[in-house]
Design a protein around this ligand. Structure first.
Ligand SMILES: [Zn+2]
Length: 321
């Protein structure tokens, strides 16, 4: 509980800093338990934006109270319908009306999408259009505990606020297999790096196959179109692939941390400290830093729909260790 509170506090502090710097993102993907983390975060953000008190959020002015009671006229709370458990297109139209309507006061307009992974396909496409051309001073908070189920095009337009870390780590046994591949020594230079790329590609293929099997099973007996099923598979797979990229990013961050003299116990992967140390021995600080930028670029290339094998091979070839 304590850890949860501090993560929430930290996320709100990060938002305060962005607000002060005038760098509030248009849309935030808030990953975490909706009731315990997502909703308190949304309330915190909205009261910071809309508060009229001296020290914001005062918690006591009319806007602060309206945020708490969900009666603020510039905030739309969108939740899945009880019966279908999805957010339909009508609700998306409601939020479009709200954000495109101008306020005299020029205050913020905000939309909280509670359970953003439950937006139906037609509604998702309509919502994507709003995210692509958002009016100024509008803010979208997408709360979810299952970002893997969301459309990648929507995910790519949101800044992530992760309130629960467990949602973000690659499930076993893939995490272990990935770390084993990354631990392989690259003595043989380019050839070693190429084979590491091939192994990572094979692991991703296995992940996709397993997602497909699970979703095929789930769809059995369900009246579902093939396109919808394929989109579901693709979306879940892309979520997993993003987690794999994050796991690789943490790996290279560990190498950098090791070079900076960080104790093994404080690494993300303390169990792999030996392999990390061995790889760190062969690399200069500036190249270790560049490795991190290369892995960050890898996710951007995936988002741009470049061929998976090409992205992996190019990435592996440019890494310094
Ligand atoms: Zn207030």
């Amino acid at each position: 509980m304590v850890a949860q509170e501090s993560r929430l506090t930290r996320a709100l502090t990060a938002f305060d800093e962005a607000l002060q710097a005038g760098r509030v993102a248009q849309a935030y993907l808030v990953v975490g338990n909706i009731r315990d983390e997502g909703l308190p975060f949304a309330e915190g953000v909205l009261s910071r934006l809309l508060c009229e008190g001296m020290i914001k959020p005062c918690g006591d002015c009319p806007p602060c109270r309206k945020v708490r009671n969900r009666t603020h006229s510039d905030v739309a709370w969108i939740e899945p319908e009880k019966k279908s458990r999805t957010v339909g297109i009508e609700r998306i139209r409601d939020l479009q009306r709200l954000v495109y309507q101008t306020t005299l006061g020029g205050t913020w307009k905000a939309v909280v999408l509670v359970g953003a992974d439950r937006v139906g396909e037609e509604a998702s496409n309509a919502f994507l259009k709003t995210l692509e051309e958002p009016p100024p001073r509008s803010l979208f908070l997408l709360l979810t505990d299952n970002p893997q189920a969301m459309m990648p095009t929507i995910l790519s337009r949101c800044q992530r606020m992760v309130l629960s870390t467990e949602q973000e780590s690659l499930p076993e046994p893939w995490q272990t297999q990935l770390l084993d591949i990354l631990s392989l020594p690259v003595e043989s230079g380019l050839v070693g790096r190429l084979s590491r790329g091939i192994l990572i590609g094979q692991l991703l293929d296995q992940m996709k196959k397993s997602v497909k099997e699970q979703e095929d099973d789930r769809a059995e007996g369900e009246d579902i179109e093939e396109d919808t099923l394929n989109a579901r598979i693709e979306s879940r797979y892309r979520g997993l692939r993003s987690m794999a990229v994050r796991a690789i990013l943490f790996w290279y961050r560990d190498i950098l941390l090791f070079l900076c003299g960080t104790e093994a116990s404080r690494l993300r992967y303390p169990g792999q400290a030996e392999a990390i140390a061995a790889l760190a021995r062969g690399v200069e600080y500036r190249y270790a830093l560049r490795n991190i930028q290369i892995i960050e670029g890898m996710q951007r290339q995936f988002d741009r729909n470049l061929t998976q094998d090409t992205v992996i091979q190019v990435t592996m070839n440019t890494l310094a260790c």
